[in-house]
Write a protein that binds this ligand. Structure first.
Ligand SMILES: Nc1ncnc2c1ncn2[C@@H]1O[C@H](COP(=O)(O)OP(=O)(O)OP(=O)(O)O)[C@@H](O)[C@H]1O
Length: 346
């Protein structure tokens, strides 16, 4: 099922949190809402679920307007960070609970709940209580329960935030598998860009209540619409320079072009010689994490990072020279809007 927002505004008192936002979530896909804390991700999710009412604007599920429809009638499945399981009910009873509320027959409840538990690989834990399960297992129960009523859309609010790093990675793969097996349109809220990029078919990036860009993860990384997206997506962070930057060689032909900021990702800086370089800096630290090598550089107080270069013979304190890989250089105007944007969604 497709979700469409038309000029949706949400105010808390006189504070506008979302201001006339418009988007369409494609059917049967996994969509991530990504953004810093307070950007409006959960608010947008609650508007879809009906737990919050829009102050203005219209919300559609396919062609049906649901703006004023009761949350129960919207048929959404919800999964929260804290699992929200009933502690006094077993796994099976937890999954069957919404079906019981919907007056589904006992036999049918058990059949559906067992099927959902098999789907989420929790079928061998049916008689246990939530306290006897790990965080990852509890989240599997919560997902089974949310899917039991065949929701039109599955909404997940930071579902992995309570899990440790390894389990987070395992569970995000599981969520993707379950979404692909069921085909239920799913929204996954996170503030973790790596999580969003790895799991989602489409990512909607929010900042301060505004949609900055909505596209597939590869386009988001390669073709950011503005400086905010360029800096928010990618780790290590993109290197950004301005016309005033002391690291830039102002003799370089590149300098005369019509940009105010330009950005080069750490893997797109290439070593040059002193005569024809664009950037210069001193090696401050060489960081090795497993096979990944990052060189931290400094020029005056400006810092940047380069990766994927040969570090043999390189020492802290050395001055090195770079050129930017032109095809992968991102240019921005003074307001931070991308120049020559190649956004495929436009
Ligand atoms: N009930 C409320 N009353 C007043 N302001 C609220 C309320 N709920 C949220 N807000 C404000 O709305 C803005 C968006 O909040 P929201 O929870 O949607 O952000 P978020 O992107 O989900 O952030 P986080 O990752 O921290 O949960 C924030 O500035 C928040 O303070």
């Amino acid at each position: 099922m497709q979700v469409r927002f038309e000029d949706v505004t949400l105010k808390f008192g006189d504070r506008t949190v979302l201001d006339r936002i418009n988007f369409t979530l494609p059917s049967s896909e996994l969509i991530s809402f990504l953004g810093p804390s307070g950007s409006g991700k959960s608010t947008t999710l609650y508007l879809i679920s009906g737990l919050l009412d829009a102050t203005e604007g219209k919300i559609y599920f396919d062609d049906k307007e649901v703006t004023n429809l009761d949350p129960v009638k919207r048929g959404v499945g919800l999964v929260f960070q804290n699992y929200a399981l009933y502690p006094h009910l077993t796994v099976l009873e937890n999954i069957m609970f919404p079906l019981k509320m919907a007056k589904v027959s006992k036999k049918e409840r058990r059949r559906i709940a067992t099927e959902m538990a098999e789907l989420t690989k929790i079928g061998d834990q049916l008689d246990k209580y939530p306290r006897q399960l790990s965080g990852g297992q509890q989240q599997r129960v919560a997902i089974s329960r949310a899917l039991a009523k065949s929701p039109s859309i599955l909404l997940m609010d930071e579902p992995l935030s309570n899990l440790d790093a390894r389990l987070r990675i395992e569970m995000r793969e599981e969520i993707r598998r379950i979404q692909k097996e069921t085909g239920v349109t799913t929204v996954f809220v996170t503030h973790d860009q790596e999580e969003a990029l790895s799991i989602a078919d489409h990512v909607m990036v929010l900042d301060d209540g505004e949609i900055q860009q909505m596209t597939d993860p590869v386009t988001l990384y390669e073709d950011p619409k503005n400086l905010f997206i360029a800096k928010f997506i990618g780790s290590p962070i993109i290197n950004i320079f301005t016309k005033e930057s002391r690291s830039i060689n102002k003799e370089h032909s590149f300098y005369n072009k019509d940009w105010f900021h330009f950005g080069v990702r750490p893997e797109h800086l290439v070593i040059a010689n002193e005569k024809s370089h664009l950037l210069s800096a001193t090696v401050e630290r060489i960081e090795r994490v497993g096979k990944d090598i990052k060189i931290h550089l400094i020029n005056d107080s400006e810092k940047f990072i380069v990766s994927d270069v040969d570090t043999e013979g390189l020492n802290v304190g050395d001055t090195i020279y770079f050129n930017a890989d032109e095809a992968n250089t991102l240019y921005f105007d003074i307001e931070g809007n991308r120049l020559e944007s190649r956004d495929k969604d436009e």
